[in-house]
Design a protein around this ligand. Structure first.
Ligand code: PFF
Length: 431
């Protein structure tokens, strides 16, 4: 059977932006900036995105485009002994998806509750069995998207979602900036505390956030690249990264002015999106419309990211076993729902915990933080060191000097940075 293809270059770029732009941009980025030195954080962040994130994106895209296959078989083609590493990446993405779906489902539930003008209390909500219902519901939407295929599913949904998301975001930003006291929020968000740049933890936070936000190092771009005909990979990776950064920065202009105009605490974490912002919306006339728009936007962003994660194992199963997309999606999705159930149930009445920590929080740390970094390490080492540089540069182009700089970045700098981030994360938790 002929390989599926994007219908146009723009379709591919929108789908990749759909993968990158997610909960990480709209909710995680603003609070990480706020908590890590405000505007000064943008410096390590932009360095990590453009110096490390974009070259790694190009590497993944080049491998997928050249080999025309997904992660498992691509790693096997690079060298038989790398097949288990490819399988490890597929497993990590599946595990990340299993808990990312839980947050996605909370967001969907909030959007619906706001639309019905029913106030939600986070503890009461997560303590009930509603999250389970929404876990299946949002899972089904992601499943239906991937089952519909590259063009009819991933590409079509991103063509609708990305423009819609930008319109909603711009509207919410304009609304927030017009609130009294908005400037105080902007000041908190962006006032640079340059002294913090000497703190290595800030750099670790910037690298971690950049790789998470760009969806890089997870085999997603490798898989998306395998549906490409020839393309300018440098330009594509840059466009995707710029869009991702702009949307993240814009999100902060929406969140902090709102929070400050109500004199609330811009505390980090789950509370900001699920407790603080709903309190804000409850205090504004027609706030339910804003709440509905905000959570609908967050859901759309999460949906396209989750679908891109599901595509990684599905494509590998299709390419390895020759299954139809329908059969592969059903199988993989079934497995991911089972994997996600413990996280989905961890805040409910069942309180699934291990050593006193909810399983959801453990998944977030072990899969979403450590797993993600390990996967980036595997991709950069296997693809950076063991692919044939001749075909790699055939895909990437550039002058011989640029190619040398590129190899240095990909072979030494990116693994070193990822390794340092891994250590800082482990150490940060232990400290
Ligand atoms: N980039 C997504 C976000 O910013 O929410 C999250 C994500 C997607 C992380 C895919 C990892 C991944 F493999």
């Amino acid at each position: 059977m002929a390989r599926e293809r994007w219908s146009t270059g723009l379709g591919f770029i929108l789908a990749s932006i759909g993968s990158a732009v997610g909960i990480g941009n709209i909710w995680r980025f603003p609070y990480i900036v706020g908590a890590n030195g405000g505007g000064a954080f943008l410096l390590p962040y932009l360095i990590s995105v453009f110096l490390f994130g974009v070259p790694l994106m190009m590497l993944e895209l080049a491998v997928g485009r050249h080999l025309q296959t997904s992660v498992g078989p691509a790693f096997r083609a690079i060298g038989k002994r790398f097949f288990p590493a490819g399988v490890a990446i597929v497993a990590i993405v599946s595990l990340i998806l299993s808990y990312y779906l839980v947050v996605t489902s909370w967001v969907l539930a909030y959007a619906l509750f706001f639309a019905l003008q029913r106030p939600v209390d986070f503890d009461a909500f997560t303590g009930s069995f509603y999250p389970l219902v929404f876990f299946f519901l949002s899972g089904l939407i992601v499943y239906a998207t991937v089952r519909s295929g590259v063009r009819q599913g991933l590409e079509r949904i991103s063509r609708i979602v990305i423009p819609l998301l930008v319109v909603i975001l711009l509207f919410l930003v304009a609304f927030s900036l017009l609130r009294p006291g908005a400037l105080e929020g902007v000041a908190y968000y962006l006032a640079p505390d340059v002294s913090l740049l000497a703190d290595p933890m800030i750099w670790g936070a910037a690298f971690g956030q950049a790789f998470f936000s760009l969806s890089v190092g997870m085999g997603i771009l490798l898989t998306y690249g395998s549906y490409l005909e020839k393309a300018d990979l440098f330009r594509n990776a840059t466009v995707i990264a710029v869009a991702d950064v702009l949307i993240a920065i814009l999100a902060g202009f929406m969140i902090f002015p709102l929070v400050f105009s109500f004199g609330l605490d811009p505390a980090a974490g789950v509370n900001l999106a699920f407790v603080t912002l709903p309190t804000v919306f409850a205090g504004i006339p027609f706030g339910w419309v804003l709440g509905m728009l905000f959570f609908a936007m967050l859901f759309l962003a999460a949906l396209t990211s989750a679908a891109s994660m599901l595509e990684v194992p599905v494509a590998t199963v299709i390419d390895l076993y020759g299954y139809t997309r329908q059969k592969a999606t059903l199988l993989v999705f079934g497995a991911i729902v089972l994997l996600g159930l413990p996280s989905a149930l961890s805040y409910t009445g069942l309180r699934l915990e291990l050593f006193g920590t909810p399983l959801f929080d453990l998944s977030d740390y072990y899969f979403g933080t450590l797993g993600l970094i390990c996967s980036g390490l595997i991709v950069s080492i296997v693809a950076g060191w063991f692919v044939d540089t001749e075909w790699l540069f055939g895909e990437l182009g550039g002058s011989p000097r640029m190619q040398r700089v590129y190899l240095f970045l990909v072979r030494y700098c990116i693994p070193a940075v990822l390794f340092a981030t891994l250590i800082s994360q482990v150490f940060g938790i232990a400290a």
